[in-house]
Every structure is written in C-alpha cells, then in structure tokens.
Ligand binder design. Structure first.
Ligand code: GDP
Length: 176
C-alpha cells in the first residue's frame, strides 16, 4: 500500500451450495491450481486466501470461506455470510436439485446478508456435458433476473474458474 506499489483491497468471500457440487474443488483450483478426485468433504468451514491483480496498481485479495454443504452445518452459514462482501453460490449442472438449493441460498443472501453483497452463481462440473441436467440458458435467465454474475465452471479442467473470480473482483467497489 502507498508509494508506487498500488493498493490491495481485501474482501471476504463465502462459498455456498449443496454438498458435493464442488465448492472445495473450485477453491482448490483457484488457490492452488490443483484438482483432487478423492478429496475429503469439508467439515464446518475452511479458510484460504488468494489475490488477483486487476492492473499494475490494483490487487484484490479474497479471504475465502468454504462452508460445508451438509444440512447439519446449515445453521452455521449466517456466521460466514453475515460479514461477506461477496458470495459464490455453486450448483452442479448434472444435479437438477442443486440449482433449487442454490436459488434458496441466493434468496437467503438477498434477505439476510449485506445489501451490497456481490453474488455469483457457478454451474460447476461443466466437463460432464453428457450428464447435463440443467441447460445453460435456464440458469443464465435466472441469474439475470436475480442480478447475479453467472459462469459455468469446471474445477476439474479449470474451465472458467479464473474468469469467475476475476469477474467478482471487477465488480467489487474499489473506492473506499
Ligand atoms: P463440496 O462438497 O461442494 O465442497 O464438493 P467437493 O469439492 O468436495 O467435490 C465433490 C466431488 O465432486 C468430488 O469427488 C470432486 O472430485 C468432484 N468434482 C468437483 N468439481 C468437479 C468438476 O468440475 N468436475 C467433475 N467431473 N467433478 C468434480
């Protein structure tokens, strides 16, 4: 910060979505550029940080809170989204029910979280095209209506993962 180093803006980002849609895998791909087919489920919540350079003078640092999707941890979620500046709500393009769950999270965020929260919808597992259950247009229309950023992503192939986090960084208010 200061001098010629430019500025770092720090934001708290929370991941929400049904269990096994790939929340932890998206974070791993974004932070460590790694994918693990057999990783263990997140218990409670996990924390990681990653920075994005928007330009020579502007760095965005995300403090990422990856929450467990299991129903028994659901009551903990408000603790994580209460102070969040941005959220990634994830569904799995091969599981129709996971989009309904994502919509419920978006509703909860829009009612309970910071009114200025930036929300992105991620349709993950785009590599599993043959098992697709939710078409792109349906999700895009919902995202447009709800005012969400929208990307179909694959933590496995890395498709659109950096694009997703970059788009969030660009949408954050950087004028404090
Ligand atoms: P979470 O419970 O939402 O955090 O989901 P995980 O990140 O633990 O992923 C659940 C399962 O889906 C794991 O077996 C992952 O390897 C797998 N997975 C996650 N992302 C992808 C993806 O983009 N493509 C495919 N094919 N599998 C994925």
């Amino acid at each position: 910060q200061g001098q010629t180093q430019g500025r770092t803006y720090q934001f708290k980002l929370v991941l929400l979505g049904e269990s096994a849609v790939g929340k932890s895998s998206l974070v791993m791909r974004f932070v460590k550029d790694h994918f693990d087919e057999y990783r263990e489920s997140t218990i409670g919540a996990a924390f990681l940080a990653q920075t994005i350079s928007l330009d020579d003078n502007t760095t965005v640092k995300f403090e990422i809170w990856d929450t467990a999707g299991q129903e028994r941890y659901k009551s903990l979620a408000p603790m994580y989204y209460r102070n969040a500046n941005c959220a990634v709500v994830v569904y799995d393009i091969t599981q129709a029910s996971s989009l309904e769950k994502a919509k419920a999270w978006v509703n909860e965020l829009q009612r309970q979280a910071d009114p200025n929260i930036v929300i992105a919808l991620a349709g993950n597992k785009s590599d599993l095209e043959g098992r697709r259950a939710i078409d792109t247009q349906t999700a895009q229309e919902y995202a447009d209506e709800a005012g969400l950023l929208f990307f179909e992503t694959s933590a496995k192939t890395a498709h659109n993962v950096h694009e997703l986090f970059n788009a969030i960084a660009k949408r954050m208010p950087l004028d404090q």
